[in-house]
Design a protein around this ligand. Structure first.
Ligand code: AMP
Ligand code: GLY
Length: 424
């Protein structure tokens, strides 16, 4: 079967790489892809919002499956459009993708079905929001309702910071329409954990848990990014906590979506906070694979990803046997100078040539330069993955590889997965 993957980041590279190992996969196309994806798929220069062109291409090539990577085309209804053209698509329809596209929708859903999450209020009037905000204890969390490239959340530790964030979102509209409504939410203390699950309506098949590092600098300092590095599994978090998160949060949420007439089909990604007493609560839901969570989860998949996608689309997940390795994986993101602010593009990258299993390198923002060499083209440039028997070994492998890659202005965190080692 030929397949079309939509997107062009590290997540899509990991998806294409994993699909390319399936005996059932013939040609893999990726729109628009990137310079690394070009090693495992044929890149097609169509943007993720060009729904009509994507549909025409997929029909012309008679692809058996379309897989959608990023959040924004999902929120804009790409799945509905492609399905309307008779294509088989892995990903949630627009009304189900709203669980990520609107934080207010997500919070109301969880509240209605008694699913554990932080207390909250939503506002579309700045003055009302400000009055409420001033009555709340610190720290306090302020979230733009809509999508904001992973940057629409401020955890404020001072009044000034909180009020500034509210003004930026609601008055200055730094995230555009995404800030026309905001959610003000109770601060949850604890350990973060991500659980991604394959979901087809009510059936939830969780993937191994992973942990991201959102702030740009070591020690969780600096502004939030899309994610600076991940690891899986989480040796310092009890299996019973992970089971509780699946049973009390992810499964009830999938059921709630069915009850609401918005059955979710695709990857449901729960961002969770584990309180100091060991209780998981929901921080957010995403309607897609995480980036860079996917880069550490898919290398641990023993089963055939294409079979899983097809089973999810056809509603057969319940009867599928999905297997994972016991290996650990660590992903270190190499980013451009200035990220998550503005950054240069077109910077030549050296040291990429030693691929192979010992150091999978997933390209996030790369392109071919004028002389055919690989250059930077995004804020997050590469996700360097190390595998090993445990986190320590995987981490060493990832950093050894990451340190051999160079480009002007390269920045990366040096403490990815360090937390797991401290508590092991
Ligand atoms: P989100 O984009 O919703 O994942 O939020 C980004 C980050 O903000 C999360 O990964 C958390 O670190 C933090 N965050 C969001 N909501 C809360 C909360 N209620 N309490 C504490 N931290 C939060
Ligand atoms: N790494 C966080 C996300 O994909 O949303």
């Amino acid at each position: 079967m030929d397949i079309l993957v939509i997107g062009g980041g590290g997540r899509e590279h990991a998806i294409c790489w994993s699909l390319s190992k399936s005996p059932k996969a013939d040609k893999i196309y990726c729109a628009p892809g990137n310079a690394g994806i070009a090693e495992v798929a044929e890149c097609v220069p169509i943007g993720v919002f060009e729904f009509d062109k994507l549909a025409t291409f997929a029909k012309e090539k008679e692809v058996g499956l379309v897989v959608v990577g990023p959040d924004d085309p999902l929120a804009a209804g790409i799945v509905d459009v492609l399905e309307g053209e008779g294509l088989k698509v892995f990903g949630p329809r627009k009304n189900a993708a709203e669980i990520e596209g609107s934080k207010a929708f997500m919070k109301d859903l969880l509240h209605k079905y008694n699913i554990p999450t932080a207390a909250y209020r939503k506002f579309s009037d700045h003055a009302e929001a400000l009055t409420y905000l001033r009555e709340q204890p610190l720290p306090i969390v302020i979230k733009a309702d809509g999508l904001a490239a992973g940057k629409g959340v401020t955890v404020a530790y001072s009044r000034e910071e909180a009020e500034q964030a509210l003004e930026d979102m609601m008055v200055s509209r730094i995230f555009g329409e995404s800030g026309s409504q905001v959610v003000i939410e109770e601060f949850l203390a604890g350990q973060e954990m991500s659980i991604l699950a394959f979901v087809d309506g009510e059936t939830v098949r969780p993937m191994p848990a992973a942990q991201d590092h959102k702030p740009v600098f070591d020690g969780d300092k600096g502004p939030n990014t899309g994610g600076m590095g991940t690891y899986s599994p989480l040796p310092h978090i009890d299996d019973s906590i992970i089971r509780e998160a699946v049973e009390k949060i992810i499964v009830p949420t999938a059921k709630a979506m069915v009850s609401e007439g918005r059955p979710f089909r695709g990857v449901l990604f729960a961002g969770l906070m584990i309180s100091p007493d060991g209780t998981p609560k929901t921080v957010e839901f995403n309607a897609r694979f995480g980036d860079p969570e996917t880069q550490v989860v898919l290398p641990r998949l023993k089963s055939d990803l294409l079979e899983i996608f097809l089973a999810a689309v056809e509603g057969r997940l319940e009867s599928l046997d999905i297997q994972w390795t016991d290996e650990a994986a660590v992903c270190v993101v190499l980013a451009s100078e200035g990220y998550p602010g503005s950054y240069p593009k077109g910077v030549p990258i050296a040291g990429l040539d030693e691929g192979g299993r010992e150091g999978l390198i997933f390209h996030a923002g790369t392109a071919f330069g004028p002389d055919g060499g690989i250059v930077t083209s995004g804020g997050r440039v590469l996700g360097v993955v190390g595998l090993g028997a445990g986190i320590a070994e995987a981490r060493e492998a990832a950093y050894a590889k990451a340190n051999r890659i160079s480009f002007d202005g390269k920045q990366n965190r040096t403490d990815i997965a360090a937390k797991a080692l401290l508590r092991q």
